[in-house]
Design a protein around this ligand. Structure first.
Ligand code: ADP
Ligand code: MG
Length: 237
């Protein structure tokens, strides 16, 4: 790969530079911020998985993604890295509020991806919160939710905050992630998701990941994505 020019922006690829990175196999070959690269190193991630290799050159350009790859293929980093890079490039800070929302089908999965976010994002200065709690936690969440940069939530709890939390503000949202979208729909959250997406600013990047490609995923994609890059990674591909 040719070296990046010295004055190249850190982190985010210019659209026309995408092809230059489409053959990259190692994280360090991508133009990521040192903070993200060091975070990946701490987690001992060096070589990309297939879905990461196929999607990151697009998502780092700011494109919407519809990504399908089986469970265990590494979809989490395929959205955590673009979030960190986008907010870093925008110099997102404490006063900027919610810059990214990650929606996950269950508390357990949300907790797992929150741990990955904490590890890989450790050297960045973003605040992040896990909004999945029970009845007791909701009042405390309401006081803090506007100060968080990255929200990791289950659909029901996010919609509850949108409806109930005074001054809940996601008008500056940069990146929306729908993770394990097939499972979000399986658990019956279709209406909740539609209500959430309807309240979000239209100008944003959306990354939709799923283990399967179904008709209902296509419907969700039509509703939430703009001119997406379709990426499907199969076992033997
Ligand atoms: P998925 O969401 O597609 O089911 P995950 O993102 O949960 O997959 O990743 C599955 C496992 O693979 C996790 O244990 C994760 O730590 C590991 N993993 C992800 N990306 C890499 C990588 N680039 N190198 C090594 N291990 C990875
Ligand atoms: Mg996953």
């Amino acid at each position: 790969l040719p070296p990046l020019p010295k004055d190249a922006p850190i982190g985010i690829l210019q659209d026309d530079k995408f092809s230059r990175y489409s053959g990259a196999t190692m994280f360090k070959e991508l133009p990521l911020s040192k903070r993200t690269l060091d975070g990946l190193k701490r987690a001992i991630f060096s070589k990309m998985t297939d879905i990461q290799m196929a999607s990151l050159p697009h998502s780092l350009c700011g494109r919407d993604i519809l990504g399908a790859a089986k469970t265990g293929s590494g979809k989490t980093l395929a959205f955590i890295i673009p979030i960190l890079e986008k907010l870093y490039k925008e110099r997102w800070g404490p006063e900027d509020g919610v810059g990214s929302i990650i929606i996950s089908p269950t508390r357990e999965l949300a907790g797992q991806l929150f741990d990955v976010l904490k590890t890989v994002g450790k050297l960045h200065n973003f605040s992040a919160g896990l909004l999945i709690g029970g009845r007791k936690e909701v009042e405390m969440e309401k006081e803090h939710v506007n100060a968080l940069n990255i929200l990791v939530c289950t659909p029901g709890r996010l919609l509850q905050h949108m409806d109930e939390t005074p001054n809940f503000d996601c008008s500056q949202l940069q990146v929306l992630v729908l993770d394990e979208a097939d499972r979000i729909l399986d658990v019956g959250f279709k209406k909740t998701l539609n209500a959430i997406v309807a309240q979000l600013p239209k100008r944003r990047q959306t990354l939709l990941f799923s283990a399967t490609q179904t008709k209902s995923i296509q419907d969700l994609a039509r509703l939430s994505l703009k001119d997406p890059e379709y990426i499907s990674v199969h076992e033997d591909a």
